[in-house]
Design a protein around this ligand. Sequence first.
Ligand code: NAD
Length: 290
Amino acid sequence: MRNNIDGHFLLIGLMAYPIRHSLSPQMQNTIYSKLKVPYVYLAFEVDKKKLPDAIKGIRALGLRGSAVSMPNKQLVCQYLDKLTPAVEMSGACNTISNDNGVLTGYNTDGMGYMRMLKEANIDVIGKKITILGAGGVATAIVVQAALDGVKEITVFNQKDECYTKIEAIAKKLNQNTQCYVRVIDLADKDKLRKEISDSVVLCNATGVGMKPLEGKSLITDPTMLTPDLVVTDCIYSPRKTKLLEIAEQQGCKILNGIGMMLWQGAAQIKIWTGEDAPIEYVREQMGFND
Ligand code: NAD
């Protein structure tokens, strides 16, 4: 336990419900200790009902900021003073910064994904990518990729409520960015093959591949994946999903969700403390290299 916390330390929260299982407090506090910066990160069980008071608490107690997770990512936007373009576009915020009483909402999930690609020397700017999924994580990635300069994004999803939501976001992105985003039914396997073959990166942003769908993959025909394709999966448990296994066998470069998680946390640390997170140290300390 840390015994050096004095009256100058500032609190950073995590507001979500349920939240006790989260790895973020351990990850964030490990980094603050290593960086020797005066912050403490604690998880708070905050559901939709408690959220308005929790935000008032950030202001009243002078928290440096807070992470925000389900079920609050959308709802929280209305209580903040400023939103970044990515939050405006996606309608979802996972990070609040309190700068002298002004609360700004960021979304670092998409930033984390894009940074993970950059760190792996995968250049997607001006190119095309294909994304499986249209939920919270997929939306954050699509929006950040479009804002960062990816030229074309094809989203495949089943025809559920996520499909309708991302269609509306695609329309906004097509009107307001240089990127062209199209949304296609996942059931159309011919189009899936075609879009993947034109892409430099394929990203799984669905839960297919983790419990209770562990061992399953949305791509079942290995010939859809050629060695020049980079295949990424947002899932980090298991470390190697069925999709990544198939992709590796096909000779593709593969990346799991650990990098995205680490880099989205690093983006939060930059926002709250101004410091660069020691990513390799965290990987080691958290056992992510195992
Ligand atoms: P979500 O519930 O918002 O979206 C789930 C998406 O999966 C939807 O598009 C849905 O249509 C699709 N889907 C669900 N079941 C399906 C099925 N059987 N067949 C086809 N599509 C299906 O979830 P989310 O918050 O966007 O999370 C998506 C994934 O990202 C999860 O696996 C989660 O573990 C992972 N994740 C990773 C990180 C990270 O930092 N690496 C962070 C958060 C979430």
